[in-house]
Ligand binder design. Sequence first.
Ligand code: TEU
Length: 545
Amino acid sequence: MNAPSKTWKDVNAVYQIYPRSFQDSNGDGVGDLRGVISRLDYLKGGEGALGVDAIWFSPLFPSPMADFGYDVSNYCDIDPLFGTLDDFKELLAGAHARGIKVMIDFVPNHTSHEHPWFRESKTSRDNPKREYYTWADPKPDGSAPNNWLSIFGGSAWEWDETTGQYYLHTFLKEQPDLNWRNPAVRQEMQSILRFWFDMGVDGIRADAVRWVSKDEHYRDDPKNPAFTDAPNADPFASLLHVQSRFGPHLFEYLRELTDVVEQYPDKIMIFEDYPDGVFTSRDQYLGFYGVNPRVSMPFNFEGIGREFSAPSFRHFITEFQGFLDVDQHTPVYCFGNHDQPRLVSRVGERQARLVAVLQTTLPGLPVVYYGDELGMKNGIIRPSEEQDPLNVIKPGLNQGRDPERTPMQWSADEYAGFSTVKPWLPLAGQHDEVNVATLSQKYDSFLALYTWLLDFRARSDVLKHGGYQTLDSSNPHVFSFVRMHGNEQLMVVLNFSNRRRSYAVPPGSHVLISSQQANPAKISRKHVLKLHPYEAVIVGQMHSA
Ligand code: TEU
């Protein structure tokens, strides 16, 4: 089988695979590459396939797994838990044969403390690798060099007895921050990109990039005046992180990376970046787009934490679309990932179906988290089953990320077809119903909806390339917009309320897709669309698709 390869501009969506949790092939309870190879038909090309044009893998590199692969000890290999480099090459070839592009994660801000660079760096102050990391002297009283906090809890500085200095770790102490001011580090990072691009990888998701440049004088972060010391408040929010991240060289360093991306035909880099609250969202997004919009773009995660209402969603999307340069900037709307509670658990089942319609009808390159196409929920993780260190080091804040990382649910079998043994995390539950085998048989299932939407998007130039305009800007319950391309138009109408709503549509309109396939909204003779609670529809005109 050889599917024609699309360019990135034509990709319908990217599907994020958390490799530990997709498919176990060797019976150790942890997902692996041969497992993914065995599921490629599901992704695209097989009967009833989901139909995604690209996949992104969370880290696959050798790692002691303190942060489940985001602590890398070798950037140019595959962890034996997941397989070998040959397995990866086979996977790449299999994906490409089906017309699936492959993105990998790239963790530039920090390595594992077991990376050979760090092992060397900590041996002595004059080791050639010393300057690969961020070392600093204590204050005269012996305390940490400044007040910077680790996002994973406590001070961002760890004392090293051997060399009498502190090293910086924005995340776990097992994840020392690289020193990007050192040109040798930047060159290492560029060669890593070349290694993977030369192999044929199509894109890179760049992790936690806002931290790569910091204040070089290590000045304190100022206090956050809005912080209240409530019992469940995260102490990390007590400071405004204006010195410890978004340093003066951030975009310049990223540009060096995108220069490498641009040396290859049709490769991209997506920057991980959350709304910061310190900068306006306009400045923050345009800063990242300014790096090199031809090949790189930031995620848009605004839809993850906000109130589920028409005004709230309309506001962020209209504002974002409004300040983008639509000819240059590719939006990357994302509503869930391996760090966030599951979409269905955050908003509800029908509401998540609405989000599926929204995400696959907005401009740009949508990124969908594995299992969200089934409507998988957060798993319930007993303390004895916890894996993510976050709950242990930040107790009481409920920030553990295990619930959204549970095994993919393929079938109603004991371990959901994910493994033959007890998986590394428990199943999220309801897998007798919520699984690929069962849902793919039901025309009105969550999976059927996703498959339909992705197929529609794959075939629709209006959705992939068309313009965007918000409609009816003050409706309190219904958010609607139009996508247009040449003389084709599609209207998307989303009822964010739990009541039936009427919505006037132009004569000649008809419902193409509804999020509630079993009972789609009808259009009255007077051209009024009768939406069910939380229903989302794509409306076509007589002459359109
Ligand atoms: O996350 C970076 C990040 O911004 C974190 O704040 C993230 O929001 C946090 O995990 C939420 O609890 C990236 C990865 O996505 C994450 O899995 C890694 O743990 C982290 O970088 C360190 O590499």
